[in-house]
Design a protein around this ligand. Structure first.
Ligand SMILES: [Zn+2]
Ligand SMILES: [Zn+2]
Length: 161
């Protein structure tokens, strides 16, 4: 992140540095907008829009945010998962997982019709475990979504470090 910023700093007015720091440390209150009225935020975003570095920074923030909050796990299972779901092997695997877990979400304990057989170890990275019942976990839809949001965070952390 620091790379790309000219070392002489002449192109970075002090307000930018200040604002930049604020964005990071006060990110939550800033983005939630709870501590600032709309006018202030609009003014800030307007002046920021003229600074390419801020735009870049905001884009990066946006990436992080959208990744955390709207991680599109459905996008990750497109063609391959759809195909897999149509196979008899998968159907059998899924009903075995459901039966073992007594058609109950293993996270919230609710017994719902809308269940998902989740692969504990990603079916993409562990193709051999795709039809391994012990790799399956019965989850309701909302817990499954949360689960994949968590996984998304974790894998990004791993990549970062
Ligand atoms: Zn649940
Ligand atoms: Zn899953």
């Amino acid at each position: 992140m620091v790379s790309g910023i000219p070392s002489d700093g002449s192109k970075n007015p002090s307000w930018f540095k200040k604002g930049h720091k604020n964005l990071c440390t006060r990110e939550k209150s800033f983005w939630l907008g709870k501590n600032r009225d709309k006018a202030t935020r609009q003014n800030m975003s307007k002046s920021h829009k003229n600074n390419p570095k801020v735009i870049k920074h905001l884009k990066e923030l946006g990436k992080q945010k959208s990744g955390e909050n709207h991680w599109n796990w459905k996008g990750g299972i497109t063609g391959e998962m759809r195909q897999l779901r149509n196979t008899e092997e998968y159907q059998v695997w899924r009903s075995k997982v459901y039966a073992r877990d007594r058609w109950t979400c293993q996270k919230c304990g609710r017994k719902l019709r809308d269940l998902v057989a989740h692969h504990k170890k990603s079916f993409k990275e562990h193709p051999k475990l795709r039809f391994n019942v012990s790799n399956g976990l019965t989850l309701c839809r909302s817990c499954h979504k949360k689960m994949h949001e968590e996984i998304g965070k974790q894998t990004r952390w791993k990549k970062k470090r």
